[in-house]
Design a protein around this ligand. Structure first.
Ligand code: HEC
Length: 150
């Protein structure tokens, strides 16, 4: 057994294996990139306001309490589908007003209920946040979260 496993065989397995997995790595990277750019994002709906909303989201660290598409903290509700939860697809004006009113009325002060701080955002930032959350709900989340309640 040991005589047949020569140095040359070991070298060929090493080079062959490296080449095979390098090609697999490049192919999977290209596939991920293609999928993100073509299938999972909503490139057409990516407006300046959506980008502004994402910056407001990051500046205020909403992710420290909330999850977005399952990523983030689990202290507060998932927000990747909050637009749908508030009825956005059927009544966009109503959902926008309700989301803004919700953010402006925090903290609720209800005893025993988890509290969200008030970020004192101006109208432009609040509307941009809603645009960002609406956009997020339109990206392909592969069925996550499994129900509207998040
Ligand atoms: C310190 C933790 C915390 C941070 C930071 C935070 N939130 Fe919240 N948020 C909460 C909690 C807790 C609730 C649920 C409160 C309740 O149900 O009374 C909530 C609820 C919400 C809701 C309503 C969700 C629903 O399904 O009804 C929205 C919208 C929301 N937050 C948006 C934001 C945005 C946007 C930011 C960043 C600007 C943010 N939150 C930052 C704690 C936080």
């Amino acid at each position: 057994m040991s005589e047949r496993f020569t140095k040359a065989a070991a070298r060929n397995i090493f080079y062959g294996g490296s080449a095979f997995f390098f090609v697999a790595f490049i192919a999977l990277t290209a596939h991920s990139h293609y999928y993100i750019v073509r299938a999972s994002t909503d490139a057409a709906g990516l407006t300046d306001s959506v980008a502004r909303g994402k910056h407001v989201w990051e500046r205020n660290s909403c992710i420290n309490c909330h999850s977005l598409h399952g990523e983030g903290a689990y202290f507060a509700p998932e927000l990747g589908n909050v637009w749908v939860r508030y009825g956005g697809p059927k009544d966009p004006e109503g959902a926008r007003a309700a989301l803004i009113a919700w953010m402006q009325s925090q903290p609720s002060g209800v005893p025993g209920r988890r509290q969200m701080p008030n970020f004192h955002l101006n109208d432009q930032d609040l509307n941009a946040l809603v645009d960002f959350l609406e956009w997020a709900s339109r990206t392909n989340k592969q069925g996550w979260p499994p129900n509207d309640a998040g």
